[in-house]
Write a protein that binds this ligand. Structure first.
Ligand SMILES: *[C@@H]1O[C@H](CO)[C@@H](O)[C@H](O)[C@H]1NC(C)=O
Ligand SMILES: *[C@@H]1O[C@H](CO)[C@@H](O)[C@H](O)[C@H]1NC(C)=O
Ligand SMILES: *[C@@H]1O[C@H](CO)[C@@H](O)[C@H](O)[C@H]1NC(C)=O
Ligand SMILES: *[C@@H]1O[C@H](CO)[C@@H](O)[C@H](O)[C@H]1NC(C)=O
Ligand SMILES: *[C@@H]1O[C@H](CO)[C@@H](O)[C@H](O)[C@H]1NC(C)=O
Length: 485
């Protein structure tokens, strides 16, 4: 028999009205709760098998209704702040909101930034982006400890699945982690376990888990890019109509999880230097260490396309503790850092995977939209059977007729061009083979959209997806498949 213990258990760290800035960190939070739970354990020593509940005065039902906030947020979204008399779900600079980019279609999300900063506030976590809710949807935290987002018709759009698991409270932590905890302060559920497209500092991705981009600014549903932690590394994939194509990433030993975080360069309090880091953990049992250990700093030391094994680590000359890494809807990976020490424009882009300081921008498959030739970060041409035309956003690859056997295909050339799949780390295709054999292979393969042939090594790389071609040394030539008349 389970005794339902429903008196309120006083936890000194439960959220309180008007408690705006919590000084707790994720590290001492469970620890101090442990102390109080020790007292509780003594106190309730003879009450066995109790199932703690959320005190009635700390449950809530919040309706998605009312006025919208007046400030500008990312994706041009409208938003409603989520709060009531007990909770304000705010921990500088993070806040829980309902937000929408299309009318009547709301996502429960977390915002980062402060309205009075007069800078764009950014969306860093979503609960239900693939199942948005309507006006008058409800967010309910019941006595059973389940947090449920139900649409106006009552259907459950999202939930934490924590009913009757001993949850006694909910809190937003200063690192942007929304947690449901039990009476011992143990996190029964935390938003940090459910990354969407963003890793806040301190957040990690477990092996075989991933970040998935949003479709576009206006469409928050799963997009076609993903950043997946695998044995072979932290790999970027494009979903090419169901086929996942690795377009870049941090190769090397992937580990059991990878954490994004920031840290001061050294212990000197006068030092203004901070680093943005991705740290790999190989042992499932070891928990993330709060201090960086230099031997583990492997992942931002990627080798950019074409420039050997260069170690590249982003350093900043100011406090970067509030940062997040995000897989953008265009397939780029960026870090944004919030710096309170300036009067305005507090967010800045502090890292981009495809950029002038990391892997060249032309390596971003979507750099020139669906098709184009890129040189030094600029789209310089639209390849066509009649040669290079001026590039516009309307530049499209050739439309191929349905692929049937013996359908007549031909190829046109892009001189001195590389494809984003053409990387030292993954090899430059098969070979040496003759160009005619390479062409033959592509013609027989319905998924092949073209190929890149390296004249010097005679290597042949068939490509299943087009996009941005990179103008480079004149030793490789791209051939684009098309239906000749
Ligand atoms: C809820 O009630 C209990 C006692 O009944 C009290 O200790 C606690 O502070 C209350 N919570 C809030 C948020 O007011
Ligand atoms: C939301 O609920 C309120 C109160 O019941 C109602 O007046 C309003 O029309 C509803 N809004 C929508 C869009 O259904
Ligand atoms: C890839 O996209 C297709 C739709 O084109 C979708 O059905 C599929 O689930 C996606 N796969 C992954 C792994 O994202
Ligand atoms: C960096 O900024 C954070 C957040 O504003 C603050 O808590 C922390 O004390 C700062 N660290 C240093 C070394 O200044
Ligand atoms: C490019 O081609 C020209 C003419 O064929 C040749 O002189 C030059 O060395 C080539 N450049 C490279 C980098 O291979």
């Amino acid at each position: 028999m389970i005794l339902q213990y429903s008196h309120s258990i006083y936890l000194p760290l439960q959220p309180k009205k008007k408690k705006k800035k919590s000084q707790m960190t994720s590290r001492n939070f469970p620890f101090s709760l442990c102390l109080s739970s020790l007292l509780l354990t003594i106190h309730f020593f003879f009450v066995t098998k109790t199932l703690a509940q959320v005190p009635a005065n700390e449950t809530f039902k919040i309706i998605n209704e009312g006025e919208f906030g007046e400030y500008i947020t990312e994706y041009d979204a409208g938003y409603r702040v989520i709060r009531n008399e007990v909770y304000d779900f705010f921990a500088f600079p993070f806040r829980l909101c309902f937000y929408n980019t299309t009318p009547g279609s709301f996502v429960l999300g977390m915002r980062a930034g402060i309205p009075r900063d007069e800078d764009l506030m950014r969306w860093v976590w979503d609960a239900n982006r693939n199942r948005p809710v309507k006006e008058n949807a409800t967010l309910t935290f019941g006595k059973d400890g389940n947090l449920v987002l139900a649409d106006v018709d009552g259907s459950v759009a999202w939930q934490t699945n924590t009913a009757n698991k001993g949850v006694t409270g909910i809190q937003m932590l200063p690192n942007g982690n929304l947690v449901l905890y039990d009476k011992k302060g143990k996190f029964i559920w935390q938003s940090f376990d459910y990354p969407v497209d963003t890793l806040l500092a301190g957040m990690s991705v477990k092996q075989n888990n991933k970040l998935v981009s949003r479709t576009s600014d206006v469409d928050g549903r799963d997009g076609k890019y993903s950043l997946v932690l695998e044995n072979s590394g932290f790999n970027l994939y494009i979903n090419n109509s169901g086929q996942l194509v690795n377009y870049n990433g941090w190769s090397g030993s992937g580990g059991s999880f990878i954490r994004f975080y920031t840290a001061p360069i050294d212990q000197d309090p006068k030092s203004a230097g901070w680093e943005l880091l991705l740290e790999t953990f190989h042992d499932k049992k070891s928990s993330p260490s709060p201090k960086p250990s230099p031997s583990r700093r492997s992942l931002l030391q990627s080798f950019p396309v074409g420039s050997g094994n260069a170690l590249i680590l982003r350093k900043l000359n100011y406090n970067a503790s509030i940062s997040f890494l995000r897989l953008e809807s265009d397939g780029n990976v960026k870090v944004f850092t919030y710096f309170d020490g300036v009067p305005y424009l507090k967010w800045s882009e502090t890292f981009a995977f495809f950029s002038s300081y990391y892997v060249r921008e032309c390596g971003l498959p979507s750099k020139c939209g669906s098709f184009g030739l890129c040189q030094r970060g600029m789209c310089v041409g639209c390849p066509s059977p009649s040669g290079l035309l001026g590039w516009t956003e309307n530049c499209q690859p050739p439309k191929l007729k349905p692929c049937v056997e013996r359908a007549k295909v031909d190829y046109y050339k892009i001189d001195s061009a590389e494809h984003f799949l053409n990387r030292e780390s993954t090899g430059n295709g098969q070979g040496p083979i003759k160009i005619e054999a390479c062409k033959e292979k592509c013609s027989k393969d319905c998924r092949c959209k073209g190929f890149v042939y390296k004249e010097d090594t005679k290597k042949c790389l068939l490509v299943p997806v087009l996009g941005t071609f990179i103008r480079n040394v004149n030793t490789s030539t791209a051939y684009i498949k098309y239906n000749s008349l």
